[in-house]
Design a protein around this ligand. Sequence first.
Ligand SMILES: Cc1ncc(COP(=O)(O)O)c(C=O)c1O
Length: 353
Amino acid sequence: MFAKRFSELRPYVPGEQPKDRAYVKLNANENPYPPAPAVQRAIRDFDASALRLYPDPDARELRRAIASTLGDEVTEEMVFVGNGSDEVLSFVFYTFFDDDAPLVFPEHTYSFYPVYAGYYDIPVSRAPLAPDYSVDVDALLAKKSSGIIFANPNAPTGISLPLAEVRRLLDSYPRDRAVVVDEAYVDFGGETAIPLLREYGNLVIVRTFSKSYCFAGARLGYIVANPDLIRAVFTTKNSFNHFPVDVLTQRIGIAACSEAGYYTEINSRIARTRDSFAASLSGEGWKVLPSRANFVFARKPGVSGRAVYERAKAAGILVRHFDQPGISDFVRISIGTDDDMRRLLEALKGAWS
Ligand SMILES: Cc1ncc(COP(=O)(O)O)c(C=O)c1O
């Protein structure tokens, strides 16, 4: 009945979405604020009869709008869009990573990478993080590889790798192998690798509207890379699904790009909430990794991540913990509104002292 490859699938497990009561959701790194007013207007003005027709398979206007938010050096030909960055990552894995050597990524990073590697039969090798949990460029370079992928800022640590380190990695890596930098969280205070695109033709940057553009429910992700690489990803996309981004999402994506200032404002607010929340947790004796993302990765010495998760859940707040060696003491807490974070602090206060 089932194909042999099916029995070998090991699917990704997302943050839970329980429905037994109303929870404050701080477990999926969603944005607590609504999309820009222009997006709300575009939805209100949307003519449902536009759904009769297929969308533009090349999403030209949307790609042009995205390029316009990324500075003078990025053109529409350097942008590819897909159904969330998860789908975009799937195309990237299919297009660039081979099975002649392992794909290398940090030991702790976005847990979809090993899932896609399994899906496409790409061997993998995990490079240890540095003792301070930052991505270790030398460890990534230490092995022969068919490609490298990491998130910057990394997940679930939130730690950002300085641009000079990304450059050092690219300088030491063969130019005919892809280096993929997943910038899902860059808008919360990381350093983008976009200025390096002109020099490094093997650099592939993956981004999403889900986090900083408040679009997790709409599904829109993109790649920025040199036009030859983008054309290659189009070949992959057109061999799988010609129309990954629907008419409405293309429309509201364009609207979102017209109000980049709104997003800068709310994402700086999230960064401020993050920093004051991290300071409060530290004041309560927690160890908090320095985050440049819209979440913090933290542990209370002597308490398991699961115990923290359970305590928060009992108070109606969902956080994420990972039953994985090396990080099982931590919880990953998404940054919500100031009020969400106050409620969580209240729930955790004095619990284990
Ligand atoms: C590092 C990283 N990359 C990509 C994604 C996928 O985002 P989406 O498919 O919503 O664009 C996530 C989601 O949590 C993530 O943490």
